[in-house]
Design a protein around this ligand. Sequence first.
Ligand code: GAL
Length: 737
Amino acid sequence: MRLVQNFNQHWLFRAEPVDDATPDDQFEPVTLPHSNRLFTRRFVDNRDYQFVSTYRKRLTLPPLAAGKRIFLDFDGAMLVSTVFLNGVRLGEHRGGYTPFSFEITGCVTPGENVLMVYVDATENPDVPPYGGQVDYLTFGGLYRDVHLRIVDPCHIASVFARPVDVLARPRLECDVELSQPADDLSLEAVLCDAAGRALARKTQTVSADRFTIELADLGRVALWSLEDPALYTLDLTLSARGTPIDRQRVRVGFRSAGFDGDGQFVLNGAPLKLFGLNRHQTYPYIGAAAPARLQRLDADILKYELGCNIVRTSHYAQSPHFLDRCDEIGLLVFEELAGWQHIGDENWQALAVQDLQAMILRDRNRPSVIMWGVRVNESPDDDALYTRTNALARALDPTRPTGGVRNFISSTFLEDVFTLNDFSDGIKPPRVRPHVITEFGGHMYPTKTWDHEERRVEQALIHARKHNLQMGHPGVAGAIGWCAFDYHTHKEFGSGDRVCHHGVMDLYRLPKFAAYFYRSQKPLADEIVLQAATNWTMGDRSGGGNNPLVVFSNCEEIEVCVGQQSLGRFRPDVEAYPHLPHPPFVVRWPNPYNPWGMGVEDLTVRGFVDGACVAEQKIAADHLPAQLCVWAHTSGLVADGVDMARIAVQIVDRYGNVLPYQMSPVWLSLEGDAELIGENPLILVGGQGACFVRARHSAGTVTLAAQTDGLAPVTVALRIDALREGGVWSMDQGPDS
Ligand code: GAL
């Protein structure tokens, strides 16, 4: 039977190429995912990760039945990897975003074996995304998981489980490919719900190495929807002469998703305007090497904090952990092949096509994925290449439309959906339907958490205006803003600190005002949102004062008070934003409240629904730091050597509002067996910052203490649970799973 083992533990790392003879004690012990180096949070120089690293791992396999095949499966390594076992070169993989495997059957020995992986993170112009300028950093290292897989020579090589006719008579068609033919084979397919109850079961004789098994008569299946993303497990057991020889499990969601004749996106029969943000997979300090828990956190932030229904994985296939979470929580995904504006020569193009193929094969069972991006982001037309990528995507997955992100409307339309980066103030008239806006905002209005208030408010309103327009436009199926989180970039881009401050959240995933625009579009039933987009300062805006006051809220009405005096009740600005579910409140007082140089009092904003006050926000007029706030996004970690908690730090006024011009140092100290990743002292920017606490290999409790001048110190405790027997990290083990 198939044995799959997590292979992230017990690696040795050296930040240069060294040979077999170099003793182990000249390496650093590391656990995957691993970044070839750690960085400061800003001013990251891309030259610093461009080198060849050596990863070594000693492995001894359990006694195996004769004839097994053994593979090493890499989820992703940046950017070119060369793999050796016991001095034998197994091969090279070029490309940083999609999985690759090497078979070690022929050269593995019964005793100890030495695996060496050379990971070259040079920005190699022959490998996508490089060759031109690229507006993001790729970082380097074995930055995703590795697994060891031991299988029978005849095993299940791929599974494509396709829910069919889900709204009427749901059934599951499942294409199976075997590694090789064998005699007297049968396959049992069992479909189970989340509680493990079997809905359908079927066994069929197998006479070819590619076949389809169908599970019909499923009765009522729960649909995968955004509100309730029901997932099922398809369990496949391959037997030879009645004895099981392989088993594969695939998660399945029953949903119908696509674009209708009018070009609107329709999920399970109901039209849905796509409302979302782009995501880069990079982080402060750790580059792209975020462990599962942080990957999952990003999906949670997009769905629950930002209220998005879709994310675009700009501009490459992202971590399986991120996508797992999208499947689990009901967040739609537009996934695309790696690249940025540049198309290279024939060999480069072959790698791009290979990357697309690997991405689709990896992710075509995911209910969250609704469209494949088959063009290199914003590249020029190349009809030959894009005819090929479209054909490939349609052949590998006839159930999903293709898109391909361009930045000029006249580009040749070879895809199923016209996906356009539209940075105009309005909406570029769609040429065809379906038409999806895949980027807007971004470099048109970079905004830092410590920019002046007008700028931070305007960034939020740019997102509000575009979504208002797209929601009211019958020819537009949706819009995906640029972007969710600030990201590191090359010197040709960014604000001079090697960061593109384009996010509605900062590098740490902490909000700017624009984040509250997104959040305020959530239905009231999910969460009541009320956020005044001001710091209530009298002299920060040009000309002074706070007129107009913008408030992001899903309440029906707000009341604004200064001190004890009510300035009145206000309704959302439906005139300017008629199409948004919850237009911002734009309060323009008839007699502008502009007490420049006069006494000023606290601001109170109250939110009302059905006449009742359901939310209140107060902002202190004195702007004085009142509290240091520190919190972890999880109550605990797993002692696997890489699990991480984001520890957010903010300095707030006496009502809890972040003070954007707080740039104080916060000193951190960690007690217990864990590692602090970040800068210490952490210098806040925009009143906020974050670090990570990384588990080592021992269970217990760790406490992080934070202190800053003049405010009470704060501590945060984290529980660290032992890693489960077998060393396999699993999200269902961890705290807060
Ligand atoms: C787009 C590009 C993105 C990012 C963005 C900045 O043109 O596709 O990757 O660079 O601009 O606004």
